[in-house]
Design a protein around this ligand. Structure first.
Ligand code: ATP
Length: 697
């Protein structure tokens, strides 16, 4: 162990050593000097209860009246069996509870109610939502450029990136891709360390980590925890949930919060927990790791297995000195909970919480990105472009499929001509191109869901703003969409031999580009509210199916039932505008053979008006403008969806939670009213007097 520790780089030296005086000053502003003072984060929570609404409509209490605190310069460990509420406590403290959860109690940062999401606190969640096509170094570099000040030279940002890579022991896999479904990348433990690296890069004042050491080998777990302890020693507040730490890792924790089923088993100094368990009647056997012992005392998940074992190994259990083998886990838990409630640790915690909450410290603003809006937009566009171009499924496979499908269209409708039958052929060709070829764009949905997951993680940690993300997302998709639509549109146009002329060709490819971009924008808006592949694809396919139906190909525009389907559905459908525009683009100005050679040729305008029921007085360019406007509208919808989910949804949830609590309190008051009445002194006197016969009637 000594040798491994000796090999560990002196991180702070590495950071300071490579920076210019300006950058070092900037950096130091975010390190110890700034945080040891009144800008540090003192977090308290009192009587914290979290209820969740289950799918069957019942409510479940996940956390029950928890009280505790976390101070600067400390590393607090949350421990407890699986399902005990560790993640929920972290979510509640960091302001990220699920939509079906509502909390009561008080959470104060520096004595004030503060919104902790969007950069005030950093949170490393259990899921590693990373961009699979980037290498470890690229992932951390992009993150640095997205957040560090613009006036800090890249060479100096790189010093910070490299030092963070070393700090997390990622130097050997720094140039390996993170990995996704088709790219074999770094291991699960390495992904975990990349997620931590991304948050510690900016040295947050308050850091939450959910299972930072899960999936790590014991040496990595030790070093990662040691880094977290190092961070806390610089005046930061670090709270991490941990599963089964080794005794060496356990010794690195300052405070321990032990939970069982949402209730406090122990909260106090980690070093005193050993003594606490001994006093409570559950001393840790000499050769057992203390944290193993604490968890063994309170894990009731395998009680049934234990009782079966006990039957078959009766003699061995009876001979054992371990108190856990003489009572059930449920009894041990009850005993520990009541022991804690009357323990000095519990009183000390309550006193400390009251003391800290009274001090109104500095209001901590968002410690998120220091990069400018332009830099954020540029970096997000660049990162997304790199990601898309490396994503075989999103980019190259789709391009190949578009190529193959348009070759098929080209050969099936090859040199379509102006025969009588070509009228229907041109109509169905346009319908297939603007119906099915645009529909194929929903294939990009899984990538959008991945993008949204990364966005949500980064956004909640204040890495950048929503506008920068929407701009980056829109711009980065452009080159690819131009490429696939122009390649496939050109192949299709020339093989089918649609209406000759440059402006006809331009209209066709622009219309295809605009339509595919509308689908992409629609699917992105869906991804912002439905973060699930299957559901998103079903919803997207359903919406497009309806749009296709009312496009005027399957049923002529005048025959579509007027309420709902013609107005407004046809007009909302981009297929309608694309198809009507392309019919005009292709047929206007052409002469078609009639059914018999003796009959006169049919002008395209006649077909447009009498067969396809199209208003020939309207310019096709208006149709194109409408589709381009739809792109803007869908992008605004996408932006609003994100903003609504960020700003309005928490407000609605808070409102609903308050209403529910009021209703619950009202019900409780009704239930305890008869008891309260019976305890009322005036009623007691009255009843007493009645018994003595002295009551006034
Ligand atoms: N939003 C929710 N809806 C329904 N149940 C929930 C919700 N959040 C938490 N729970 C339930 O609350 C309990 C505690 O969950 P939580 O994820 O906090 O436990 P944990 O201690 O972090 O578990 P693990 O160590 O396995 O990650 C679980 O039984 C879980 O199913």
């Amino acid at each position: 162990m000594m040798q491994i520790q000796a090999n560990k780089p002196a991180v702070n030296c590495t950071v300071a050593g490579g920076l210019s005086p300006l950058s070092e000053k900037l950096w130091r502003e975010k390190t110890k000097a700034e945080f040891v003072g009144d800008v540090s984060a003192r977090l308290t929570w009192k009587d914290l209860t979290v209820m969740v609404t289950l799918s069957n409509g019942n409510t479940q209490k996940v956390l029950e009246g928890l009280t505790g605190y976390a101070e600067p310069g400390t590393l607090t460990a949350l421990m407890g069996p699986s399902g005990s509420g560790k993640s929920t406590l972290l979510d509640a403290l960091s302001g990220r509870l699920a939509a079906n959860a509502f909390l009561s109690g008080t959470i104060l940062l520096n004595g004030r109610k503060t919104k902790l999401s969007f950069g005030t606190a950093a949170y490393v969640t259990q899921d590693d939502n990373l961009i699979g096509t980037l290498t470890v170094r690229e992932t951390i570099s992009y993150s640095a450029r997205l957040r560090l000040p613009d006036n800090m030279p890249w060479s100096e940002k790189r010093v910070l990136v490299e030092s963070t890579i070393i700090e997390m022991g990622l130097q050997d896999c720094a140039d390996t891709v993170v990995g996704n479904w088709h790219l074999r990348g770094i291991s699960g433990g390495e992904k975990r360390r990349v997620s931590i690296a991304l948050e510690i890069l900016m040295r947050p004042r308050l850091l939450f980590l959910d299972e930072p050491t899960s999936g790590l080998d014991s040496a990595s777990a030790f070093f990662v925890t040691q880094t977290l302890r190092g961070l806390s020693r610089d005046g930061r507040t670090v709270i991490a949930s941990v599963h089964q730490p080794s005794s060496e890792v356990f010794e690195l924790f300052d405070q321990l919060y032990l939970l069982y089923d949402g209730k406090t088993i122990y909260f106090g100094k980690a070093s005193e927990a050993y003594e606490f368990f001994a006093q409570a009647g559950f001393p840790c056997p000499a050769l057992r790791n203390p944290s193993d012992h604490f968890l063994r005392c309170i894990n009731s998940d395998f009680d049934k297995v234990k009782s079966t074992l006990k039957g078959s190994m009766k003699l061995r259990f009876e001979a054992s000195d371990d108190p856990l083998e003489k009572i059930t886990t449920a009894e041990a838990i009850r005993s520990l909970i009541s022991f804690y409630r009357t323990s000095q640790q519990c009183y000390a915690a309550k006193e400390k919480v009251d003391e800290i909450s009274k001090v109104k410290g500095t209001v901590l603003d968002s410690g998120g990105s220091q990069a400018s809006f332009l830099m954020q937009s540029y970096m997000l566009t660049k990162r997304s472009l790199v990601n898309m171009s490396r994503d075989f499924g999103y980019y190259w496979l789709r391009l190949l499929i578009y190529f193959v499908v348009t070759i098929c269209i080209g050969t099936i409708y090859f040199n379509v001509g102006t025969s009588y039958n070509a009228i229907l052929a041109r109509g169905s060709c346009a319908s297939f191109v603007f119906g099915f070829v645009t529909f194929m764009s929903i294939g990009g949905f899984p990538s959008f869901v991945e993008d949204m997951k990364v966005f949500q993680r980064e956004r909640l940690n204040g890495h950048y703003g929503v506008t920068a993300f929407v701009i980056g997302n829109t711009l980065s998709a452009m080159p690819f969409l131009v490429m696939i639509t122009f390649i496939s549109g050109t192949i299709c146009y020339f093989m089918v031999h649609l209406h000759p002329g440059f402006q006809h060709y331009l209209f066709f490819v622009l219309c295809l580009y605009a339509s595919v971009t509308v689908v992409e924008s629609l699917m992105m808006a869906i991804a912002s509210i439905v973060p699930n592949f299957l559901m998103g694809i079903i919803i997207g396919a359903g919406i497009q199916g309806i749009f296709m139906l009312v496009s005027g190909f399957f049923r002529l525009p005048n025959d579509i039932p007027k309420p709902v389907w013609r107005y407004p559905m046809s007009y909302i459908s981009f297929h309608f505008w694309a198809l009507q525009g392309q019919y005009q683009n292709d047929l206007r100005g052409l002469l078609f053979d009639n059914q018999s050679p003796d009959l006169p040729k049919i002008p395209g305008e006649y077909i447009l008006e009498n067969v396809f029921q199209i208003n020939v007085g309207r310019s096709k360019w208006i149709n194109l403008s409408v589709i381009f406007s739809m792109i803007v509208i869908y992008r605004i919808v996408f932006f609003l969806m994100i903003k609504i989910s960020e700003d309005i949804t928490p407000w609605i949830r808070g409102f609903v939670a308050r209403r529910r609590l009021q209703q619950k309190n009202a019900t409780l008051n009704m239930m305890v009213a008869p008891y309260r009445l019976s305890q009322s002194p005036s009623l007691r006197t009255y009843v007493g007097n009645r018994a003595n016969g002295t009551a006034r009637r």
